[in-house]
Design a protein around this ligand. Structure first.
Ligand SMILES: [Zn+2]
Length: 183
């Protein structure tokens, strides 16, 4: 008897977060549906705005980008959740912006990271169709954060200095209110 695989959130320090993810076999798309489902469930349960397959211990090039306002990201723009298979950045904007990031695999921490403001990407959808897409602003940031997971990196690797790391508590109680007041 076989039982369904059990997926759990993989946290920083686990070697699985340092591996390079392998491409999804686009001729066996039925195999990825339970993985995509588990990714979405964890993302929703933890108030994430994106998730990558290595974060549930699956070394495949899969991510969900799902910007939406929630208690962890109250000023995030709303978009339809997007499942991306074998995603690839094609071109980055010259303009870079600094923004705070959190991660389901780095609980309790936020980091300030510079990233290009826009990125053109290509990916395959759950039916195996190829797409190109231009992302800008927060969705572009989510894509770049999740893409890092596919190449064995986290936002902690991207901060310019350890001074740009703060606790989630300090972020929510001090930094976020000041940011929202300034808008
Ligand atoms: Zn992450």
């Amino acid at each position: 008897m076989t039982s369904a695989p059990v997926y759990d959130i993989v946290e920083i320090g686990d070697p699985r977060l340092r591996e390079t993810a392998k491409p999804v076999d686009l001729t066996r798309l039925d195999a990825i549906l339970p993985i995509a489902q588990a990714m979405k469930e964890w993302m929703d349960k933890r108030g994430g705005v994106g998730i990558a397959a290595p974060q549930i211990g699956v070394g495949l090039q899969m991510m969900i980008v799902a910007s939406r306002p929630n208690p962890r990201y109250p000023d995030a723009p709303l978009m339809q959740p997007l499942l991306l298979l074998n995603p690839l950045p094609l071109r980055y904007s010259d303009t870079t912006v600094e923004e705070w990031e959190g991660c389901l695999s780095v609980p309790g921490l936020r980091g300030k990271v510079w990233r290009p403001d826009a990125v053109d990407i290509e990916y395959f959808d759950a039916a195996g169709r190829g797409h190109q897409l231009a992302l800008c602003g927060f969705p572009a940031r989510i894509f770049q954060h999740e893409y890092d997971h596919l190449i064995g990196m986290t936002f902690v690797d991207r901060v310019a200095t350890p001074l740009d790391l703060v606790s989630e508590k300090v972020f929510l109680e001090q930094i976020l209110p000041a940011r929202l007041a300034a808008k």
